[in-house]
Ligand binder design. Structure first.
Ligand code: AGP
Length: 612
């Protein structure tokens, strides 16, 4: 996820762009850049790797950029590691066009190949640059920039929020939007585009939200918006009510809540480039079938929530592949003389890609001959760079210490990879494969329905925020899911919590259950609902309060059993945890809120643990 800001008006554009980018750095901070266009100087581009401060220092060392029309960009790398060349804005080879982009151009390789054969010279490794080069190429047939823009948009597949400047139209800025947010701001004699209102709220509170397929033309004279058929559109204007400080989080009270709510979009970013016409594709991997066939054991190695992804992954991957899958805490793995050899597939899971324990485990596995596949969120991170293969979750920057959208995208990506590998090895049941891929396409929308009603979690938090110990129990996938629910609660509310395989409780820990103890009973794995039901009866008979989480299909039965019932939509069992985690995240969030905790920066914790 990247940050875009654009300006047309009568004031110097560069200072406005930089100020806007300051409010967008949470969306991406690998690199930043600005483009300003003027009648005398044409297109002026300054961009560099690193935080926005690096760009500011670079600009301070140069003569001011002249012009009152410009674009700014903060990057969260997807294709092409963070460096100066891969930073935005990207300029076409003859300097006629500059663009900034948020999203993923899924067919960029095909377009790049076409342009290379036309003699176009590329500078970067990014998908975004194809937009600038294709635009300039289309200028050969379309002198009107808007004609060229529409010709380009017809060719693009994937998600984009685009800002476009043309050297020979220094009065104009063009914007286009599909599956990535972009809004228009309206000022007095000036107008703006931005990824979210934080970037422009200091200048205007009057905005409209671009819809998919729309194209906007901004000049000093005003704003024109057209739909995908180039028909004029009258945009409804909205007034932003946030105060500036809250707007840093896009209007949410905490980054964690914002990132919980971003999960459907994050899942789309993870799933859509890898699901085409019902088939799973991993173009980013060079794992030929004979190499896949060689693997006789899989290790899932990680820490914290990423380890919990591995715990869930074990159930799905063993079910898909019928191969032994070992889930290892990275801090233990590295000192346990692991049984890794040339036939081992070692999957290292990490949001930050910088966790020292996971990094060290990676090196230990590599030294023993294992093939290292990383599932990470931060492009170009250490773990990504030292792995043999990388699958990026593309969840966008995750600011809150307690992970949510990164966990969810890691989980769905690992499930997708396991099914893809099983299909390649001829071990996937065709009906099951079709069922999973069909439900994958529906998963973000189903998650949106879960997130739509937060009232029930606020109510439950008001009932239980004063408890000093909360248990999570579940079987199979629900057991692994409970580990994450318990950790979320502990790390942001400081309430002690334990997660147990429901069948294990009676072997000791049930002695801790007494009247009023809260037990969160997870029963979303339908095949074992009856077993989970027995365990709920066991704890209730000892006086426990039970919050039961199940799917819509089992709601009536859970309502007979639990003190409170939470439900999620039914989906394929392998994907059910991707829906089940959201209620647990919200429950933990609202309890921490009730307790007045510092939700985004919990005590003693860091976002990336780069020490042993
Ligand atoms: C999760 O909410 C925690 N912040 C923590 O457990 C985290 O998952 C763990 O430190 C691993 O981090 P990584 O995914 O960046 O490697």
């Amino acid at each position: 996820m990247c940050g875009i800001v654009g300006y047309t008006g009568n004031a110097p554009a560069a200072p406005i762009l930089l100020e806007g980018l300051e409010h967008l750095e949470y969306r991406g901070y690998d690199s930043a850049g600005v483009a300003v266009v003027s009648p005398d100087k044409g297109l002026q581009i300054q961009k560099c790797k690193g935080r926005l401060q690096a760009l500011r220092e670079k600009l301070d060392s140069l003569p001011p950029l002249e012009g009152t029309v410009g674009l700014g960009h903060t990057r969260w790398a997807t294709h092409g590691e963070p460096n100066d060349v891969n930073s935005h804005p990207h300029v076409s080879q003859n300097g006629r066009v500059a663009i900034v982009h948020n999203g993923i151009i899924e067919n960029y390789a095909e377009i790049k190949d076409f342009l290379l054969h036309k003699g176009v010279r590329f500078r970067s490794d990014t998908d975004s640059e194809v937009v600038a080069q294709l635009l300039e190429y289309c200028f050969t047939d379309h002198s009107d920039p808007l004609d060229a823009v529409y010709a380009v948009l017809e060719r693009l597949e994937g998600a984009y929020a685009l800002g476009i400047l043309c050297a020979d139209r220094p009065d104009m800025l063009i914007a286009a939007r599909k599956d990535a947010p972009l809004l228009i701001g309206y000022g007095g004699g000036e107008s703006f585009i931005a990824s979210d209102a934080t970037a422009i709220i200091a200048h205007t509170r009057q905005v409209s939200y671009m819809e998919d397929g729309e194209v906007a033309v901004l000049t000093r004279a005003g704003v024109q918006v057209f739909d995908q058929y180039r028909r004029p559109v009258e945009k409804q204007r909205h007034t932003i009510e946030w105060d500036v400080s809250a707007a840093e989080k896009g209007g949410y009270a905490h980054f964690m809540f914002k990132e919980i709510m971003e999960q459907p979009e994050a899942l789309r970013q993870t799933i859509s480039p890898r699901l085409r016409d019902g088939r799973l594709v991993f173009d980013e991997l060079e794992l030929p079938e004979d190499r896949l066939r060689d693997f006789d054991r899989i290790f899932l190695v990680a820490c914290g929530s990423s380890y919990h992804v591995g715990m869930l992954g074990k159930y799905n991957l063993e079910r898909f592949l019928r191969l032994p899958v070992e889930v290892c805490l990275a801090s233990e793995f590295r000192y346990s003389s692991p049984l890794v050899d040339e036939r081992s597939l070692v999957i290292v899971i990490s949001q930050s890609g910088e966790t020292l324990d996971s990094m060290a485990a990676l090196r230990e596995a590599k030294a023993r001959g294992g093939y290292i596949l990383a599932i990470v969120n931060v492009v170009g991170s250490s773990i990504a760079r030292e792995s043999d293969g990388v699958l990026y979750t593309w969840a966008g920057p995750e600011i809150a210490v307690a992970t949510t959208k990164a966990y969810s995208t890691q989980l769905v990506l690992l499930t997708m990879f396991g099914l893809w590998m099983a299909e390649k090895l001829g071990r996937a049941d065709p009906e099951d494969y079709a069922a999973v891929t069909a439900e994958l396409a529906l998963l973000p929308a189903k998650l949106e329905t879960v997130l739509a009603d937060t009232g029930v979690y606020q109510y439950l938090a008001s009932q239980y925020f004063n408890h000093d110990c909360i248990f999570y129990i579940g079987r199979n996938l629900d057991y692994a899911l409970g580990l994450e629910g318990s950790l979320k609660l502990k790390e942001i509310s400081y309430i002690h919590s334990e997660s147990y395989a429901a069948g294990e409780l009676k072997h000791g820990t049930i002695s801790l259950i007494e009247p009023g103890t809260l037990v969160v009973a997870l029963a979303t794995y339908g095949q074992l609902f009856d077993k989970a039901a027995s365990n709920i009866v066991e704890v209730k008979s000892r006086g426990a309060d039970v919050v039961g989480l199940t799917t819509e299909s089992f709601r009536p039965r859970m309502e007979q059993l639990a003190t409170h019932t939470l439900t999620i939509p039914d989906t394929h069992p392998a994907l059910q945890p991707n829906l089940g985690v959201a209620p647990l995240q919200l429950f933990a969030y609202y309890i921490a809120l009730q307790r007045g905790c510092d939700i985004d920066k919990p005590k003693n914790l860091a976002k990336s643990v780069t020490v042993e």
